[in-house]
Design a protein around this ligand. Structure first.
Ligand SMILES: [Cu+2]
Length: 347
């Protein structure tokens, strides 16, 4: 019975087109620290009854919003679930004890709306689970229309599915692949050009992405050389990414990165994805104090999450830190692996 159902399903699937799209680059950029936050191709045309298959390459969602729906931010405070007992390495309690824990917005993180879209309502792939690439996300479209979808992690990362009546011209999957590759080549070229940025003095840019698909997961410059007493501006230079600037011993900051989110089981539903307070909150009440290399006993100081969206109620897009003591001070972004930098301070 099951085998029969399976063969019926595959024979009817063979008649309908499945259009390929990738969330993130269709192939590696082959440029160190360069990623792409876009859907390739940006626009897909199919017939009513056809499907689109999204390969998810990176931390993205495929999300169709209901009319009037404004997606919530990726991080939200957990009502009634407060940070407690967090001490620094000098055994002093952090300021954020008593604040609501930050969690990954469950509306963003978990699938919703099934695998068939009739052009209305909320349909979300959810975020990929850790460990291995996720299976393609396949959605069948049952109604003609033009439907925009978003990545809820990277604001402005959008694509369009045009569902046309049967008989209208639609490209073949081969043509879709060719369009995706042309867009990818263009995006990598934009990335190379944005990567030539020369930041102003005493400024570190986290990423330098413009408003398009480019996602530089590095700092510019990676080693900033300054005199003691200099105030450095750390600034997100991206509309779509979030980053942190987190100083401290490598073992301490890497531990924050490796436990950036922790699933806490919740009866009767998906787990709550709690974000590490040491990564998401600034290490100190703002403005951040001068950095001496021994803050919090072990040299920990961090901006918490910075976001480039700018203007809105979300996280800030920049912070300043004054460096008072000579030394070489390493920091990292605890959200993106291999996104590391250093500040070299001389007398
Ligand atoms: Cu980052």
């Amino acid at each position: 019975m099951l085998a029969l159902a399976g063969s019926l399903a595959s024979s009817s699937a063979a008649l309908a087109l499945v259009a390929p799209v990738t969330a993130g680059p269709p192939r590696p950029t082959h440029v160190q620290h360069l990623d792409l936050n876009a859907f390739f191709p940006a626009t897909t045309k199919i017939h009513v009854g056809d499907s689109v298959s999204w390969s998810i390459n990176g931390f993205h969602t495929v999300s169709f919003l209901a009319a009037g729906q404004v997606p919530g931010p990726p991080f939200i405070p957990a009502a009634g679930n407060l940070v407690s007992g967090q001490l620094d390495s000098a055994s002093t309690p952090f300021w954020f004890n008593g604040q609501p824990k930050q969690i990954i917005n469950p509306e963003t993180a978990f699938p919703s709306g099934g695998k068939t879209y009739n052009g209305s309502g909320y349909l979300n792939s959810g975020t990929p689970n850790p460990g291995g690439p996720p299976a393609p996300f396949v959605v069948k479209f049952t109604k003609a229309g033009t439907f925009t979808f978003n990545c809820l992690i990277h604001p402005g990362m959008k694509g369009v599915v045009k569902v046309l009546p049967k008989g209208a011209h639609v490209p073949t999957a081969t043509k879709d692949h060719a369009t995706a590759l042309a867009e990818y080549v263009d995006a990598v070229a934009k990335g190379r050009s944005l990567g030539k940025v020369k930041p102003p003095p005493a400024t570190v840019l986290a990423g330098h992405d413009g408003t398009g698909p480019v996602a530089w997961l590095r700092f510019f410059p990676q080693n900033l050389k300054i005199k003691a007493g200099t105030t450095v501006l750390f600034k997100i230079s991206s509309q779509r990414e979030v980053h942190t600037i987190t100083f401290g011993p490598a073992a301490y900051t890497t531990a924050i990165e490796n436990t950036f989110t922790t699933p806490q089981p919740k009866p009767g539903g998906p787990p709550t994805l709690v974000v590490n307070s040491l990564g998401v909150f600034p290490s100190d009440p703002l403005p951040l104090p001068p950095y001496t290399g021994t803050n919090h006993g072990n040299g920990f100081e961090g901006t918490g999450v910075l976001a480039g969206g700018g203007g809105g109620p979300g996280p800030p897009s920049s912070m300043k830190i004054t460096f008072t003591k000579p030394g070489v001070f390493n920091y990292e972004c605890v959200i993106h692996e291999h996104m590391d930098g250093k500040i070299t301070v001389t007398k």
